[in-house]
Ligand binder design. Structure first.
Ligand code: HEM
Length: 443
C-alpha cells in the first residue's frame, strides 16, 4: 500500500496561494475561518507545507506528548543566516535533546533571581530616557531597546557601559539588515559583488560575531559570572560533552532571535491592555504599589498574582506566535485521522485561546481568569509545548512582571494610540501601531 493510500486526512482547503495569503494577512482569522468551515481539525495547504491544523485539545495533548524523534522542525532554516546551523530551532532528534538539556538549566526559575535588579534598573532608565520632552513615549520602540539591553546584560553577560553600547549597535544593525527576501529565498543569499541586502547583512554579522567571540574569550580569561553565557561556557553533560565556541555563538544568536522581539511585543501589548481597561489598571496599581511600599523583594514582586494574570492574559488574547508546527518523519494518528510522513501538524494556539468552552468571554481582557482557574498545557500555550516548548518562558515571564510593575509604579500613562489591532511582523504577530502614550511621573 502506498503512503497516500494509507493516509486519512481531514477535509480542508487546498487553495495554496489563497491560504498563504490569508496566513500573511490575518493569521488569527485564517484559523477562525478554517475551523468555522471544516471543524476542529482541518487540512490546509500553504506554500511552505501540507498542513493538518487542529484546535482539538485532545489531539494537541497527543502532539505535545508524541515521540520527538518522529518530528523535524518546521521550516526553521529561514532563521539559519542569523542563528547558525547549531541553533535549537534547526537541530533535531538526539542532538536537540542533548543540547536542550544543557541550555534549559540556564533558564530555570531560581536562576532568574540574579536578573531582577538588572531588569528593574533597565526599565527605570529606559522610561526616563525614551520619554521625549513633550512627555510622549513610543512604547514599542522603548520595549524593544529595553529587551535588547536585558539580553545583552543578562544573557551575553556584558556589563561594561561602552561595550554594551558597541554590542547594542552591532546587534541592532544585524537585526535591521535581516531581509525577508533572502530569508525566504535562499538563492538571494549571494554577495552580488558586495552589493545588496545579503552582503550588507554579512558585513554586520562579521562585526557582531567578532564581538561575541571576543566576549567568549574574555570570560574564559577573566572568570565567569551569573550570566547565561557564563553558564553555557561551563555546561557539561554526564558524558563530558561541552559546547564548542561555534555552538555557543549559535545558541546566543538563537536566544537573541527568539527572545528579543517576542518579549518586547508582549510588554507593548500589556501596556495597551492595561490602559485600555481602567479597572485592570486600578487593580494592578493597587497590587504593585503596595508591594513596593512594603519593600517586597523583586523575585516576590515577579510572582504577584494579578500582575502575573496581566501578562498571561496579554499573550493569551493575542499570542505572539499564533501556531507551532512540526514536520512528520513518520505517519501520525490523530483520532480518526492518519497524517502521512512529510506532512505537517499545526497546533493552532490562537484558536484554542479563543475557545469559549475553555475561556468564558474570550474576546475580553480578564487577567483574573488566571487567578480563578489553572489551565492545562494544551489549553494555554503561548510558549508552545512538548519537547520544543520555549526555553525562555520563565525568563520572559520574569521580565514582563518586573518591567510592568516598575513602569506602573513609577508613572501614569495615557494611551494616545487608542485602537490597536494585531498585525503580522515577520514571523510574529504584533500591534499595528507603536502604542504611543503620554507619560507623567508619579513621584
Ligand atoms: C513573550 C515572550 C516569548 C514568547 C511568546 C515565546 C514563544 C515561543 C514559542 C511559541 C516557541 C516555539 C515552541 C514550540 O515549538 O513548541 C518558542 C521557542 C523558543 N524560545 Fe521563546 N518565546 C518568548 C520569549 C523567549 C525568550 C526570552 C527566550 C530566550 C531568551 C526564548 C527562547 C526560545 C528558544 C531557544 C526556543 C526554541 C526551543 C526549541 O526549539 O527547543 N523565548 N518560544
Amino acid at each position: 500500500m502506498t503512503q497516500v493510500e494509507q493516509e486519512h486526512l481531514p477535509s480542508g482547503t487546498t487553495s495554496t496561494l489563497r491560504n498563504t495569503y490569508k496566513i500573511m494577512a490575518d493569521h488569527y482569522k485564517m484559523y477562525e475561518d478554517l475551523f468555522g468551515e471544516y471543524g476542529d481539525t482541518a487540512r490546509l495547504t500553504a506554500l511552505n507545507g501540507d498542513i493538518v491544523a487542529t484546535r482539538n485539545t485532545e489531539y494537541i495533548k497527543e502532539i505535545f506528548a508524541h515521540n520527538p524523534m518522529d518530528y523535524d522542525p518546521f521550516a526553521a532554516d529561514v532563521t539559519e543566516p542569523l542563528t547558525g546551523k547549531g541553533s535549537l530551532f534547526l537541530i533535531q532528534g538526539e542532538k536537540h535533546k542533548r543540547e536542550r538539556r544543557l541550555v534549559m538549566p540556564c533558564f530555570q526559575g531560581r536562576q532568574m533571581r540574579a536578573y531582577g535588579e538588572l531588569m528593574h534598573n533597565v526599565a527605570l532608565q529606559r522610561l526616563k530616557q525614551d520619554t521625549n520632552k513633550n512627555g510622549i513615549l513610543n512604547t514599542y520602540d522603548s520595549m524593544n531597546e529595553l529587551s535588547m539591553e536585558v539580553i545583552i546584560r543578562a544573557i551575553f553577560g556584558i556589563d561594561d557601559e561602552s561595550r554594551i553600547e558597541e554590542v547594542r549597535v552591532a546587534l541592532k544593525s544585524i537585526m535591521d539588515a535581516l531581509h525577508p527576501a533572502f530569508l525566504f529565498n535562499k538563492s538571494l543569499q549571494r554577495s552580488f559583488m558586495g552589493l545588496g541586502p545579503w552582503a550588507k547583512f554579512q558585513r554586520h554579522m562579521a562585526v557582531g560575531e567578532g564581538l561575541i567571540y571576543g566576549e567568549i574569550n574574555a570570560k574564559r580569561e577573566q572568570g565567569y559570572g551569573d550570566d547565561i553565557l557564563s553558564l553555557l561556557l561551563q555546561a557539561e553533560d554526564e558524558d563530558g560533552y561541552k559546547f564548542s565556541d561555534q555552538t555557543i555563538r549559535d545558541h546566543l544568536f538563537t536566544l537573541l532571535a527568539a527572545g528579543h522581539e517576542t518579549t518586547a511585543i508582549a510588554m507593548t501589548w500589556a501596556m495597551y491592555h492595561i490602559h485600555k481597561n481602567p479597572e485592570v489598571l486600578a487593580r494592578l496599581k493597587e497590587e504593585v504599589d503596595e508591594a513596593f511600599a512594603q519593600d517586597m523583594p523583586l523575585d516576590q514582586i515577579a510572582k504577584l498574582p494579578y500582575l502575573t494574570g496581566v501578562w498571561k492574559e496579554t499573550i493569551r488574547i493575542y499570542p505572539i506566535v499564533p501556531d507551532v508546527l512540526r514536520t512528520l518523519l513518520e505517519p501520525m494518528d490523530l483520532g480518526p485521522y492518519r497524517v502521512g510522513k512529510g506532512k505537517v501538524v499545526s497546533v493552532a494556539i490562537s484558536a484554542v485561546h479563543h475557545d469559549p468552552e475553555i475561556y468564558d468571554e474570550p474576546e475580553k481582557f480578564k487577567p483574573e481568569r488566571f487567578i480563578e482557574k489553572s489551565y492545562k498545557p494544551w489549553e494555554y500555550m503561548p510558549f508552545g509545548g512538548g519537547h520544543r516548548r520555549c526555553v525562555g518562558a520563565a525568563f520572559a515571564g520574569y521580565e514582563m512582571s518586573i518591567v510592568l510593575a516598575t513602569w506602573i509604579h513609577e508613572a501614569d500613562f495615557e494611551l494616545l494610540d487608542t485602537e490597536v489591532k494585531p498585525k503580522r511582523r515577520n514571523l510574529t504577530i504584533a500591534p499595528n501601531t507603536p502604542v504611543k502614550v503620554r507619560v507623567s511621573t508619579r513621584k
